[in-house]
Design a protein. Structure first.
Length: 182
């Protein structure tokens, strides 16, 4: 009985594999074409002891930046680049250097970064952008709820820093499509 089931398992696996091979290109055809970027963003993160943590932090900051810029009225397309990607010379590039993003000893979440903007019109150092958010932990110290509260406080601090950054970019006047916010 076992050999009969084992014998039938192989054709079933092969049929599933063949279906996957046939359907995968069809799924790729339905993807919308990638739009060209209006703003390239490079996020440099200080090295950490965990191998892929820098990439996760850079991606999280990029999405915080993208969200804040959209809320402020930027309608252009943004693309995240790594330091190894080739930059397009005709597309403005915003480079962020993360200094710290943590909950400090007094219980405040802090996000501090420096930024520079490079466009065809020139390059401008945007200086320091920082944000602080209060962290009011509720409940026990090690629970899932505490982790969610910490993440929310860090997101609030990053959003505050990104609002400062948006204002600095708007004041330069080097980028089209960024309306100034009062």
């Amino acid at each position: 009985m076992k050999t009969t089931l084992a014998f039938l398992r192989f054709p079933m696996v092969m049929a599933a594999f063949a279906a996957l091979v046939v359907l995968a290109p069809a799924a790729d055809d339905k993807k919308p074409a990638a739009q060209p970027a209006d703003l390239q963003v490079i996020v440099d993160v200080p090295p950490t002891w965990r191998p892929f943590l820098e990439e996760d932090i850079a991606e999280a900051l990029f999405y915080r930046l993208k969200d804040v810029f959209r809320q402020r009225g930027y309608k252009g397309e943004m693309a995240q680049l790594t330091t190894f990607d080739a930059e397009a010379n005709h597309v403005p590039t915003l480079r962020l250097n993360l200094t710290e993003w943590r909950v400090d000893r007094t219980g405040n979440a802090q996000c501090t970064l420096t930024a520079s903007l490079k466009t065809a019109a020139g390059e401008k150092n945007l200086g320091l952008a920082s944000g602080t958010a209060l962290f009011w932990p509720q409940g026990n110290r090690w629970g899932l709820h505490r982790q969610m509260e910490t993440a929310e406080a860090l997101e609030d601090a990053a959003d505050s820093a990104m609002r400062d950054l948006y204002n600095a970019v708007a004041q330069t006047g080097l980028m089209a499509g960024i309306p100034t916010k009062q």
